[in-house]
Design a protein around this ligand. Structure first.
Ligand code: ADP
Ligand code: ZN
Length: 435
């Protein structure tokens, strides 16, 4: 039944993982060098030839690739096989700029779907489950990836896509969905709507959720788990490297195992590019070991993260990555202080508010303004103006303790902040418009 638990791969001793990676790396570098003119000239410029790469120990010699490279090479400049060998494209969400296109051969799709099947399996899904895929379908990788993974396991798959929340709930109830796949912000929204419709956690057939595609805090995990009565698992991926399933959480729910037979991970200092030892925080970099159509080597994700290879109770030996709490480009610098949206989210949930919030940054008279909009809870309806002002002050104080600077907090009525059906937009930075 658990066809996509592959212990012979997922529990390999570390030396064996290294050997598999080394062998694949040597081949992959040759493949990219021979078929991608853009990467060949990058390697030539760096003075490295495929013969210099004899194993993972030589990885550091290769030049990095960045999103900027993919934009320059858009649309087909990174393609390593004839277009006729490709069966699909997907595209990034364009969260941080122009969209990037990734190509897949039939085999690339198969390996990606297997990664998603491993993730579903690790969250307990089997053939008996009903998997509701409420990630967006289309160019976005979320829907397609989990859909494929769910099929491989043989689960009944509901290709809902995102949006139309009432229909999501109707199908969930009528068909008894046991696993929900969507962004954490959409899971919170579905949970909120279920609650409003009078459903209690025990009325909801779900047992697990696989949530990713955006950063989310432990506090948010707890709140979703309570509302839906499930275990909520994290899943990570990016279009350039394939899509969701690059890494996934297991029953321990303590970081995500990277599918190391396909993806080789490094952490670097984002400023100097120096490779950092295991455990240190820095920018996550991936090398695709198997992908034929779009074989990215040392691709800089801009996700800030940590890797660790401690023993895991699930038995998997694949290295784990901590929840990425934001990208280097999510980080706001407000009055000279570094602030991540996830820090604000953690405070709001800890203080008992919902994850419906928005941060607005602007510059007035050469000074940064920092406003946090958050909804008060239905039970605060009876509050006086003074009560509300006190609550705002208390939140302001708590955020200042967390990030070091004080925002202006605005409590507003429930439902005034737009709900997310895909990736939530947490920050509106108006300063960029003036620059
Ligand atoms: P875009 O870069 O346009 O958002 P993608 O849709 O491919 O394109 O999104 C990939 C990015 O989404 C990752 O680089 C990462 O920043 C974020 N992401 C994906 N999964 C997670 C997760 N589980 N936790 C935090 N961030 C995530
Ligand atoms: Zn594990």
């Amino acid at each position: 039944m658990e066809r996509y638990y592959q212990p012979e791969i997922e529990t390999m001793p570390v030396e064996q993982i290294r050997a598999v990676q080394s062998e694949k790396l040597v081949k992959q570098v040759k493949h990219a060098y021979e078929h991608v003119a853009y990467y060949r000239s990058k390697m030539d410029e760096a003075g490295v030839s495929p013969e210099d790469i004899r194993g993972t120990e030589d990885l550091y010699k290769l030049p990095f690739l960045s999103k900027e490279d993919l934009r320059i090479a858009y649309p087909t400049g990174m393609l390593a096989v004839p277009m006729s060998e490709c069966v699909r494209i997907q595209s990034t969400s364009g969260t941080t700029g122009r969209r990037v296109i990734a190509f897949y051969t039939q085999e690339d799709i198969k390996l990606w779907e297997e990664c998603c099947a491993r993730a579903l399996t690790a969250a307990g899904a089997t053939k008996e489950d009903v998997v509701q895929v409420s990630y967006g379908y289309g160019l976005f990788t979320g829907g397609a990836g989990l859909n494929g993974g769910s099929h491989l396991i043989g689960s009944l798959t509901l290709p809902m896509s995102s949006g139309n929340t009432d229909r999501q709930i109707q199908f969930m109830m009528d068909l008894g969905s046991t696993v929900l796949c969507c962004t954490p912000s959409y899971a919170a929204y579905i949970g909120e709507t279920l609650k409003e419709q009078g459903y209690k956690p025990e009325d909801i057939p779900l047992k697990a959720g696989i949530f990713g595609a955006e950063p989310w805090t432990e506090e948010m995990r707890q709140s979703i788990e309570e509302t839906l009565g499930i275990k909520a698992y994290d899943i990570y991926g990016l279009t350039e490297i394939s899509g969701p399933g690059v890494s996934f959480e297991c029953s321990e729910q303590g970081g995500m195992h990277i599918n190391e037979d396909h993806f080789l991970a490094e952490i670097i200092n984002p400023i100097t590019g120096e490779v950092l030892p295991e455990g240190e925080k820095g920018e996550l970099v991936f090398t695709c070991l198997d992908k034929a159509a779009f074989p990215l080597l040392r691709y800089r994700t801009r996700d800030i993260c940590q890797l660790f290879r401690t023993k895991c109770s699930c038995g998997r030996t694949f290295i784990r990555m901590k929840k990425p709490m934001g990208r280097s480009d999510d980080m706001m610098i407000i009055r000279g202080v570094n602030v991540f949206p996830s820090q604000i989210e953690a405070v709001l949930l800890k203080e008992g508010y919902s994850a419906n919030y928005q941060i607005v940054v602007d510059r007035v008279n050469n000074t940064d303004t920092f406003d946090v909009f958050v909804e008060f809870l239905p039970e605060h309806f009876e509050d006086t103006v003074r009560d509300i002002a006190n609550k705002e002050r208390k939140l302001q104080e708590a955020i200042r303790n967390m990030v070091g600077i004080s925002p202006k907090v605005h409590l507003s009525e429930p439902k005034t902040i737009t709900r997310s059906e895909g990736k939530a937009v947490r920050v509106i930075d108006r300063r960029k418009l003036h620059d």
